[in-house]
Design a protein around this ligand. Sequence first.
Ligand code: CP
Ligand code: NVA
Length: 312
Amino acid sequence: METIKGLRGRDLISITDLSKQEILDLLELTAYLKKLSKIGVKNLNYLADKKIALMFQKHSTRTRSSFSVAIHELGSIPYYFSWNEMQIARGETVEDTAKVLDRYFDGLILRVYGHEILYSFAKEFRGPVINALSDEEHPCQIIADLFTAYEKFGKLDGLKLGFIGDTANNVATSLAYACAILGLEIRLIGPNKYQPKKSVLERALSIANKTNAKIKITEDINAVKDLDIIYTDVFVSMGMENEREERLRVLAKYQVNAKLMDVAENAYFMHCGPWHLGEEITADVVYSNRSLAFDQAENRLHTSKAILVALF
Ligand code: CP
Ligand code: NVA
């Protein structure tokens, strides 16, 4: 776990900010913190002298709660700000906001629409900037998902993952990058219209070239066969509401339902939440004993703690 020291003071904006070893170290640290938590050791003092702000431009339940509880359990107080109540929503620049917050805080956890805003904050803010979801990526989610898969299978090596549905979205992108970094197999299963952007695919493939990861893109839902994990996410992500009708129409046949889970045979089901029942997923799957969705949600807490311990 030595390499984790190298994360101190760094930003976490893209999952590609992390090397394979750093991801594995974060998972090991998570396992340790989760074990402590399960025997009742929840109150650690590690962040006692640190001030960390959460500033969210979009809705959140899991990310906001898990980071807030994580900060509390690590001995500090989470300072939550709704984007709309800050001067930034009235035109104060990102740069000035970042410079001002830098005078009060040691770290920022940001949920934003435009991914580039995160880099603009990071340029002016000296402490770690953590991406709590942007239109492009959701790295903290994927660290929790990898941990959940590791818990279930006792390993990551050799696992075959599939993401089905809107394979161009933030969660799919971070998952594809993570599989590329870790040398895993990932099948991105969805209609042509919602497949990853060229730049994302090129980046994932260039990482995969070095790690022997397998990245396959297909429109064929039968590609779920022999997967270990089927992952899906909403068809209409936050900020895409104006495309709702079209997305539901084009993506409908990629719904994860009992029939698809039969094709997948033994695969477990994953979803970052929140889900939209009857759209990308049916209730009989998400509440079944093959679903890891609530474990993923719980693990957001343990991985949030590990991320904070590593970066601060
Ligand atoms: N998965 C996830 O990020 O959930 P929230 O939007 O509830 O934070
Ligand atoms: N892709 C979803 C994830 C929500 C956690 C969204 O961006 O709305």
